[in-house]
Ligand binder design. Structure first.
Ligand SMILES: [Zn+2]
Length: 431
């Protein structure tokens, strides 16, 4: 018996190592890659994941659901016959439900904040994040048939927090902040780490450590495509020379340090994404994926949001940079569903004046020809919705209702037919 087990372990090891070493293409690989189409700049924690065979997975309110497209009924991802799933009220029994996400107690006030789900291969993954340093972080793995919810990895949570994470080609990439004391000051170390899900013994490795002494405001916002991982930092850099430091209570920052980096997985190399000959006030924050390339949409802090800026396209590593469009209002942004490129702009000088520019989407095809324009339904405060554009056929999102319940809406795309009109969203299910 022991011999058979050892044999199986060796066979598995060979198989898994083989998978890990196989060169993957620099394109989007269905079922295996980070699902960039479910991301938007205002929703950095995707709650919808596309599965195979027209199955969609949706996170809402502490539970994971699945839905067959066309059938449009949300079912908790748990096959236990004696389980009430989201109708259960006993906290212990809720934990035992295969579809439940174990949220920290205080997170129940806002159970959707900072929760993301990620599908990779035969599993769905989730790390319920917590803002408390002392809480442990757990990477859970959900079987797609609802038969299991397993713990893949546990972080002890002592003095470090995971800020955001993605799963790409069987690797977890996460942005971590670690707090420590030095010279009677609390300092923070920001790292990007990787945890391979292919191995038996999980051990996080550091991919990148941010410069010291930054006052970090936003860290990570990870994305990935092909053999590349992207992350950004929004922070302040201390003034050169520290003569003023004492007087200002130790804080004396005056320069923005906003950068986007690209990690070449195969070469194990990190570069900052840059556009040559740009003034210091110009920053690149994040990328969009389009036709196996990246779109770089720079922002100049010294200009108004509606002023024009060129937009660039480059190879996935940032090389071969070309102008994609000469003058685009710089506060607008691009999203792509793989088939079409969407440009959305709702910038206004006065942030309370939402109705003056509710925002229009312009749709480009692969030849950068405008094929359609549309508006999105306004919500109660008059603001147009910004949402992920989903896959080429449809997009789903969850929303809260006034009575405290929630629902799922679907946009069945009919690109080419809107001609400036408002798209219609259909209600999937009232839960
Ligand atoms: Zn259940």
């Amino acid at each position: 018996m022991r011999r058979i087990k050892t044999y199986l372990i060796i066979v598995n090891l060979i198989f898994l190592t083989g998978c890990a070493n196989k060169a993957m293409p620099d394109t989007y690989v269905e079922n295996y890659d980070y699902q960039y189409r479910q991301w938007s700049d205002s929703i950095a924690f995707p709650k919808v994941q596309q599965g195979s065979d027209n199955i969609v997975y949706i996170y809402k309110n502490g539970f994971i659901y699945y839905m067959e497209e066309g059938n449009d009924v949300l079912v908790p991802l748990c096959n236990k016959v004696d389980c009430l799933h989201d109708r259960e009220t006993d906290q212990q029994k809720i934990k035992e439900c295969n579809a439940s996400v174990d949220l920290e107690e205080l997170a129940n006030i806002n159970p959707d904040k900072d929760i993301a789900i990620a599908k990779c291969g035969d599993y769905l993954y989730c790390i319920p994040l917590s803002c408390y340093e002392t809480d442990e972080r757990i990477l859970y793995r959900y079987a797609l048939d609802g038969t299991a919810k397993d713990v893949v990895y546990k972080w002890d949570g002592k003095s470090s927090i995971i800020v955001n994470w993605i799963i790409h080609r069987n690797n977890l990439y996460y942005a971590e902040k670690r707090y420590y004391e030095e010279d009677e000051e609390i300092k923070v170390e920001c790292t990007i780490k990787r945890l391979s899900l292919n191995t038996f013994f999980h051990r996080p490795e550091t991919v990148y450590t941010a410069e010291e002494n930054l006052r970090v405001l936003t860290w990570g916002n990870l994305q990935a495509y092909g053999n590349y991982v992207y992350f950004e930092i929004i922070s302040m850099l201390p003034k050169e020379g520290d003569s003023q430091k004492e007087e200002n209570n130790g804080y004396d920052y005056d320069r923005l340090y906003n950068k986007t980096f690209v990690y070449d997985i195969q070469a194990d190399k990190i570069e900052e994404l840059q556009i040559p000959d740009m003034p210091k006030s110009v920053h690149i924050l994040g990328v969009q994926f389009w036709q196996d390339q990246i779109i770089l949409d720079p922002y100049d802090d010294e200009k108004r949001g509606d002023e024009p800026m060129p937009v660039y396209i480059a190879d996935l590593d940032g090389s071969n940079l070309k102008v994609l469009s000469e003058d685009v209002p710089q506060a607008g942004y691009f999203l792509s569903d793989g088939e079409y490129l969407y440009f959305f702009d709702d910038w206004m000088e006065d942030i309370d004046d939402w109705l003056r520019n509710p925002g229009k989407y312009v749709v480009y095809d692969k030849d950068m020809q405008i094929v359609d324009t549309f508006m999105t339904p306004l919500n109660e405060n008059g603001r147009a919705q910004r949402f992920p554009v989903g896959d080429r056929n449809r997009m789903y999102f969850t929303y809260e209702k006034e009575d405290g319940t929630w629902g799922v809406k679907c946009w069945e795309k009919k690109i080419g037919e809107y001609r400036g009109k408002t798209i219609t969203l259909t209600e999937i299910m009232d839960r």
